[in-house]
Design a binder for this molecule. Structure first.
Ligand SMILES: [Zn+2]
Length: 472
């Protein structure tokens, strides 16, 4: 069926950048965009009036965790670190609370969390989400059942999702004295790795190709070189993207230095991971002092020339007392960047705003991280990292992943620059309609593909037993 969206302020793709056509028209046939321009001469079978709406590409949320995040909300914040190094070390939240919460969950609780997380993601305009999952990490068992159930939730809800179940050589935690410990799994995580590879092969392309899979070695400090090299070999053989957590804490950077005698970038490079299909999630502490300008020139060249993408998660960093220093520096160094929410809220508008504002603060410069650059990180930046020139832009041949944002509101009027409105004023609640793969899954701000009140009730119920196990 041919559908025409007209009378909107369209953010179109001209082949190299986003441009505004106002008023503009977007036409799609089935799941593919066939026309973007000022006027459409043909007739369409369905017409959507976008008067008072921005018509933009769906956002690509390229790093997040749906199965534990809801249980940490309200529990993980404001706790700080007990160590002498200050809250920005990320020790308590990363090494103590998160593993505890994960062990307190159960399969049904994780699925309940995923339902609400995916509902919020589509409601707030993320049409492609990259979910980095886990099962029961301690013991390194190969159980993949929860990953399959969560992928099924995303598939049935109509999202475009990349599912990356995590695996690793060892797990970590925080000892009573505040130090971080690492402990190898008995099989160094190999059974889990094989189960994840099987999952990636079996599930890639399901749900009309809306579900894709990804290799996700856990963290740079929890994976041995052999596992990372094997990851690259499998990724090349099966054409799978890779994402790994790195640059999360000063402890992690020091640990890699001690165990591998290299910096984080050198270690990843030596294991063969760097490449246009490789995403580094977090990417905040990639040097001893967390300043990009402290990276050696060969490290910068390795990231830039390999076209590796750094996925920034500014809001979760900011609320734990950390900053990325900085998005503007990464841009000036020629390194590719994308954006994700990591945890709550799953509203990528919030992270676009934080990305812009945190960078301006860090750089003491109002012209740092301009809105148009940040919008590109949240669209084409994520799409390019996934090897998807058919996502993150409105142009003929692209998938019909389209978001309509209300601008017929007091806070929006008048819209002088749509990019500045989207990044510095809007939030996910302004999203009116979401189309994924040519199908409307959010209409009038309501998710059409799941009973939201029932999902919320299931999650509230699940949280009671999870929090009881945590002793909250
Ligand atoms: Zn993460």
């Amino acid at each position: 069926m041919v559908t025409e969206i007209h009378n909107g302020t369209v953010i179109a793709w001209d082949g190299t950048k986003h441009v505004v056509i106002n008023p503009g028209v977007v036409v799609f046939d089935g799941n593919e965009i066939t026309f973007v321009g000022a006027a459409y001469d043909d007739t369409a079978e369905e017409v959507i009036d976008a008067t008072g709406r921005i018509v933009m590409p769906g956002l690509i949320n390229s790093h997040l965790h749906v199965t534990d995040t809801p249980f940490t909300q309200g529990y993980l914040e404001d706790i700080g670190d007990k160590g002498p190094a200050g809250s920005a070390t990320n020790l308590v939240s990363l090494y103590k609370v998160l593993p505890e919460v994960r062990h307190a969950t159960d399969p049904d609780a994780q699925v309940a969390a995923a339902e609400c997380a995916f509902a919020e993601l589509v409601r707030t305009g993320s049409t492609t989400v990259v979910e980095l999952g886990y099962d029961y990490e301690v013991g390194g068992n190969g159980d993949i059942a929860i990953t399959e159930r969560v992928a099924d939730v995303a598939g049935r809800m109509g999202l475009r999702a990349y599912s990356g179940p995590r695996y690793r050589t060892r797990h970590y935690g925080q000892s009573p004295d505040g130090s971080v410990f690492y402990e190898d799994y008995p099989d160094k995580g190999r059974a889990r790795f094989e189960a994840c590879v099987d999952f990636c092969q079996q599930w890639n392309g399901r749900y009309d190709d809306r579900l894709r899979t990804m290799l996700a070695p856990g963290q740079v400090d929890t994976c041995d070189a052999e596992l990372l090299k094997e990851t690259r070999r499998i990724a090349d053989a099966h054409r799978l993207p890779i994402q790994l957590h790195a640059g999360q804490s000063p402890n992690e950077f020091r640990r890699v230095g001690v165990t591998e005698d290299r910096t984080t970038v050198e270690y990843l490079d030596e294991c063969g991971l760097l490449g246009p299909d490789f995403i580094i999630g977090h990417g905040q502490v990639m040097s001893g002092d967390g300043d990009m300008n402290s990276m050696a020139s060969h490290e910068v060249a390795a990231l830039r020339d390999s076209q590796t993408t750094i996925c920034h998660l500014p809001w979760v960093k900011a609320r734990r007392g950390g900053v990325i220093n900085s998005i503007q520096k990464y841009k000036d160094l020629g390194i590719r960047q994308s954006l994700g929410t990591d945890t709550f809220p799953f509203d990528l508008f919030n992270d676009m705003r934080m990305a812009a504002v945190v960078c301006k603060i860090v750089e003491h410069a109002a012209d740092a991280a301009p809105s148009k650059d940040v919008f590109a990180m949240a669209t084409t930046g994520g799409a390019d990292a996934l090897g998807r020139p058919d996502l993150g832009r409105l142009a003929p041949g692209c998938r019909a992943d389209i978001v309509l944002v209300r601008i017929d509101t007091p806070k929006a009027a008048p819209v002088y620059d749509p990019f500045k409105f989207l990044v510095l004023t809007a939030n996910g609640e302004d999203v009116d309609r979401v189309i994924v793969d040519g199908k409307t899954i959010v209409e009038d701000g309501r998710v059409q593909t799941i009973d939201v009140p029932a999902a919320v009730s299931r999650l509230n119920k699940a949280s009671k037993r999870v929090w009881a196990r945590l002793g909250l």
